[in-house]
Design a protein. Sequence first.
Length: 664
Amino acid sequence: MKFRILLLAFLSATAVATAALPNVVMLLADDLGYEDIGCYGGPVKTPALDQLAADGARFTDFYSGCAVCSPSRATLLTGRHHIRTGVYSWIHDASQRSHLLEREITLAENLKRAGYSTAHVGKWHLGLPTVDKKKPTPDQHGFDHWFATWNNAQPSHKNPNNFIRNGKPVGNTNGYACQLVADEAIHWLTERDKETPFFLNVWFHEPHAPIAAPDEIVKAYGGREDKAAIYSGTIDNTDKAIARILATLQEVAPPENTLIVYASDNGSYRNDRNGGRRGRKGMNWEGGLRVPGVFSWPGEIEKGRVHSEPAGIVDILPTVCGLLEIDPPGAHLDGSDLSPLLRGSRKLFQRHQPLFWHLQKSRPIVAMRDGPYSLVADPDYELSTHNMFKEAWIPMIKKGGYTNFRLFDLEQDPKQEKNLATEKPELLVELKKKLQAINTSVMADGADWHLKNHQPHNTLSPAEKAQGWKLLFDGKKIENWRRYASPTATVAGWKIKDGTLHKPADIRAGDIMTVDAYEDFEFSWEWKLNARGNNGVKYFIIPERKSTVGHEYQMLDDSLTQDAYSQTAAFYLIATPSMDKPVKPMGEWNRSRILVRRNCVEHWLNNKKVLEYECGSPAIMERVPKTKFRKYPGFGKKFKGHILLTDHKDPCWFRNLKIRNLGK
Ligand SMILES: [Ca+2]
């Protein structure tokens, strides 16, 4: 596994390396129900999808990531519950700050790391920038090429005029959304550099309203004005678009070297297309959650298998990584790797956590699937069920509990009509405990989009003054700071704007450090980035020297495998936005704090301790046995030093820089 990736890293231009990794194609429908397409017993003729399922495997009990669009898509790209990724409900960019957090490692980013070229075509709906809100675009989530709409195709699937290609509005088009999306996919597939494996992410708009399909297709299902016939026509038309993409794939990539996944983001809004199950789109009942799920990779995935194991969109990222034998991102994944099932080793598959859904507008607000059982509940607090999510509701959602638990055995009762809660009290207690544990974990990760900082900056409260805090920046001038390069270097190039200390993008290695050196101190500051560079914000503690600075080798790093060989850093912490730290979304302020007492250092990030370090402790000495640091006599000794702030690559901002003495 690792060998493959190493090969790609070092030999990415060779055919030898690329032959080892298959291409990945994701096909996603929008609002398509469990019983729409042919191979799931639906009324629409879908020969391309039926063949795909016949050549691969399909799941009878496959689930969306959420009963509405944006959250399900966030879950698809991350393998994580959408609330962890910053997406609570469907995104309305004009009124919400919400978007898929840039700190998330998407499937596209993970595959790019393994050497893939990537493209997204179709609906996006994970947030795009507006006039007054900075939000990441698909390229910032790992897609080299993108052709997308904010939300639905407008004015309808016919001649949509709201596509954006790589940041530029496309304008008027001529054709139906699914065919335009297929055109773009085909163009990218045929024009791309053939040396690298690819990830093609195709998110169709159909059959989400407002619907439209060519008359000659619609008439096979009913009258031209018949909504059900047009709805079916959009699905039929999409199948034809998929057939064109599959035909191109045959030409550009051998089928045995291409993994294809098909699903729908949530259940149908039409009650008659959810296979008789309870509820529809937007509801945490089976009708809103259950969707088709197909995986095809000839020669690798067992052909023609129908799996009844519960599975879902949350499993796609771990499963793709499992099938490709590449490492998934390091963060907690809510989904499980289905690859043992798909490869025919059913006994090796174990779901590590039940499937779990939360949607503020739905009653039930939560649902969980564990084995044959479905558990649902309502909130134990008052919350609007309005279709449009308000970020002000987040604190209530995060601390709220649940009531009115209902339990169903889906094998006996697929329509969720017979509540077993009183009949099976012990099972109910066990499942409630599981649901609450997942809920607690998910909510702890939820982004606080509602918070706005109204405190005056760069000031000290009377209490802080009494505690001995001193400001290192007053918001107006930079005093007591200088450049690292030499004792007389000024902080030229840095800017002060709106009370923040700003390092523009064009200063490389534009670090600044305190003129004074400190010993036994607490340093507190806020910082933000607007892009994720290689390094993130760093700070160093540069040892005191009489004549010059730096070049001691007592080192501290919160991830010793990374940048462990810095020769200039004495104490060195990276605040890189990464999955395992409570880093705020790009553009938002983070608060960091370091406490240095004797030989111990603590690093706090956004009120959470992320590091505790004892200089020269046996454990630390063991972690760096092969570095040069251990042989330096200063290693493990108490230190006194200057504080240095930087981000080597990206523009960064600092404010509320303050320090106090912890001596005695
Ligand atoms: Ca949808």
